[in-house]
Ligand binder design. Structure first.
Ligand code: ZN
Length: 204
């Protein structure tokens, strides 16, 4: 697989721009953050806290804004038909119920059809769906569906493992517990050998 990966990486920067950024009103977010913190009993006159509402607004804006990237697919001229897998892509997202982070890794793989994707783009696709209010199950399915739609591969599989701060530092308080979710399509769902290979490489 290594020579293929290198060729793909070299081709990575030749595409159409794709800009998923939402519109953000930082001034309104800063005012709202000030109100929220005050309502929660924070002393906004304490030393060091004067700029906190602005910092909070900026931090959440960053966590909710994926970086734009160039969407890159290529014809699969060499007819590569084995699993292409990016393991351990780190991500952080925000749970839509508590707006607290969930943090973990994504394993994203596909068996190419007629189109292939620059490998570094798999990480950017994870970021595209992580940097919004999310639930882990939906994010897993969105990444798989997106790849299915864009590449029409013979198979696609996504596994996410994450620790949810809303479970580990509040609520049930289970630090270190991780949640695993998966979504598989095509051969990675229906073909026993491909499915087994994918899950052997991504779990356990
Ligand atoms: Zn939550």
């Amino acid at each position: 697989m290594t020579p293929t990966m290198t060729a793909l990486e070299l081709l990575d920067d030749i595409d159409d721009p794709f800009d998923p950024r939402p519109s953000v009103d930082i001034a309104a977010a800063t005012a709202a953050a000030r109100d929220l913190l005050a309502a929660l009993g924070a002393d906004l006159d304490a030393p060091g806290v004067a700029e906190t509402p602005a910092r909070l607004a900026a931090a959440y804006s960053e966590l909710l804004t994926p970086r734009p990237f160039k969407l890159t697919t290529f014809p699969n001229d060499e007819g590569y038909d084995e699993l292409v897998l990016a393991r351990g892509i780190p991500f952080s997202s925000l749970c839509e119920h508590h707006v607290l982070p969930f943090v973990g890794v994504a394993h994203v793989g596909y068996i190419p059809g007629d189109r292939i994707l620059g490998l570094s783009k798999l990480a950017r696709i994870v970021e595209l769906f992580a940097r919004r209010l999310q639930v882990q199950e939906r994010m897993t399915v969105q990444i798989a569906d997106w790849l299915e739609e864009q590449l029409q591969p013979k198979g696609v599989g996504v596994v996410l493992e994450a620790e949810h701060l809303c479970m580990s530092i509040r609520g049930v308080r289970l630090p270190g517990s991780r949640t695993t979710t998966s979504a598989v399509h095509g051969l990675l769902r229906d073909d026993g050998r491909s499915r087994q290979e994918f899950f052997a490489l991504t779990t356990g």
